[in-house]
Write a protein that binds this ligand. Structure first.
Ligand SMILES: C[S@@+](CC[C@H](N)C(=O)[O-])C[C@H]1O[C@@H](n2cnc3c(N)ncnc32)[C@H](O)[C@@H]1O
Length: 273
């Protein structure tokens, strides 16, 4: 099948880095996420993931943080079958297919309109799956989403592209829109932002990274008093480290002794409101 994708802006193109991370994880002998659909999409597009020159460490990080966000979303929809789920900056991720929520859950993938058009071409449709094409920093996209149901909101790889003001205002709009819910995202420490601006895999978006990053997982509680930290997940301390290749496993286990060092890598931050 010939697929012609809409022309993507550099910020939209960033979705290929995470998509490739998950596809390459799927192809590895000890896959963390087993995201077959990511691999299928890459193959359908004949996309050249080699251009990112991703080594084992970023591939595993991308897959593991996605897995932790899946777990938060899955736990929530399992105990709230009336929930709505939002994936902010969804790119070509197929989280809904991975976690298969109960059919009573409405799932919203939100990203720029070109990305939502591409999703419609590439990702099999599901009842109760909705694509919302919008700039998340804009005011009106939430109008399409019910206000009277508990919500689980995840964002994977999005927040580096938002200024701190954009992020605070987005969190405020989300927590005022829903009666209750949970929000989880991969955190970017100040060091992680510094590194992302220099890492070869993210060079194409280095100038688009706007977040200064933050090191204290409780900082969002100060931005928005309705948020309560549920958990700071340090990936270095997760059980999947046992599946890492030997050298990376050893380095990761050593870093795990220090929370400060672990925060330099990838964290997943999980809040309730
Ligand atoms: C690194 S990609 C991650 C995509 C996806 N979450 C994943 O894990 O594969 C970042 C995504 O955020 C989207 N994005 C960035 N800023 C956005 C904004 N202001 N409004 C909507 N989407 C945005 C981009 O278009 C892109 O798809």
């Amino acid at each position: 099948m010939d697929i012609t994708l809409p022309a993507f802006t550099p910020i939209e193109e960033s979705l290929f880095l995470t998509l490739c991370g998950r596809a390459l994880d799927y192809r590895s002998p000890h896959s963390i996420l087993s995201d077959m659909m990511a691999d299928e999409i890459v193959r359908k597009l004949d996309y050249d993931c080699d251009k990112f020159r991703l080594s084992a460490s970023p591939i595993i990080n991308i897959a593991l943080r996605a897995k932790k966000l899946d777990e938060v979303a899955l736990r929530f929809v399992a105990s709230h079958p009336d929930a709505v789920a939002l994936d902010l900056g969804a790119g070509l991720d197929t989280r809904m297919l991975r976690i298969a929520p109960p059919p009573t859950v409405d799932w919203y993938d939100i990203d720029f309109p070109e990305v939502i058009t591409a999703r419609r071409q590439l990702i099999p449709d599901r009842t109760n799956a909705h694509g919302v094409g919008a700039d998340l920093t804009g005011p009106n996209w939430l109008d399409a989403i019910p206000t009277d149901r508990p919500a689980v909101i995840v964002a994977d790889g999005l927040l580096a592209f938002l200024t701190q003001e954009d992020m605070i205002s987005l969190l405020n709009r989300l927590t005022s829109h829903f009666p209750s819910g949970e929000v989880a995202f991969n955190g970017y420490s100040r060091f992680a932002i510094w590194a992302a601006k220099r890492y070869h895999g993210t060079q194409s978006v280095a100038d688009l990274i706007k977040s200064p990053g933050f090191d204290d997982p409780r900082e969002p509680e100060r931005w928005n008093p309705s948020l309560r930290l549920v958990e700071e997940i340090l990936l270095t301390r997760e059980p999947e480290v046992a599946q890492f290749p030997p050298v990376l496993r050893l380095i990761t286990r050593l870093s795990a002794y220090s929370a400060a060092l672990s925060r330099r890598g990838t964290t997943v931050l999980h809040y309730r409101f």
